[in-house]
Design a protein around this ligand. Sequence first.
Ligand code: PGA
Length: 254
Amino acid sequence: MRRKIVAGNWKMNKTPSEAKALAAEIAATLGSEPCAVEVVVCPPAIDLPAVSAVLAGTQIGFGAQNMYHEPKGAFTGETAAPMLVDLGAKYVILGHSERRTYFKETDADVNKKTKAALAAGLTPIVCVGETLEERDAGKTGDVVAGQVRGSLADLGADLVKVVIAYEPVWAIGTGRTATPEQAQEVDALIRKTLADMGGADVAEKVRIQYGGSMKPENAKELMAKPDIDGGLIGGAALKADSFAGIIAAAAAAK
Ligand code: PGA
């Protein structure tokens, strides 16, 4: 059984003091009862020390939204995996469509970052997804399988440690969610691609999230699908009650 994983991608929202307050509110809302779902928040990098202090001793994990692939050196403005690990981060989102679009990250870049994250002991949450134009042209399968193969190339036995987030670009921040059937279809295709890459056993173990306008109202139906193992949440992760609603939906979606 794959444990569901719900991660909040706060994007470039919340100052350190606001992040501290939101993390505290999420922790209070979730309480200390063991949660069936793995819960993660990914605030902006500069908020991580504040969030780390608030979440210490809770069951909520945290991570970054990006990192550089080199462990240290003359790379002005970048953040390295060992720095995240030192703060207690366990996760890092890589290859989000906003990074691919605005910062021109390629599958090769994402692949280098994924390897560096794994080498440092972080769990990478690697994002893939097609644009509306690609979907309309009937290219969704090829685009997504290509991103999976490229971003996760040559990971060897570490492939099983990766979390994948399928996020159709047309569903991100648009209020237009993929239907559970559309999301399931692509998550299943990702799992098939993983089986080709690393074998059926590995593919069965890797968690594949859906992301794109997920909210408490649509989360359960999405996560009840057999290949959808959680969610990567943007807008709805910025309020403790809606984030908690999605976590509850994940726990209820057996
Ligand atoms: P959204 O963002 O939930 O606001 O659509 C999801 C994401 O970009 O990870």
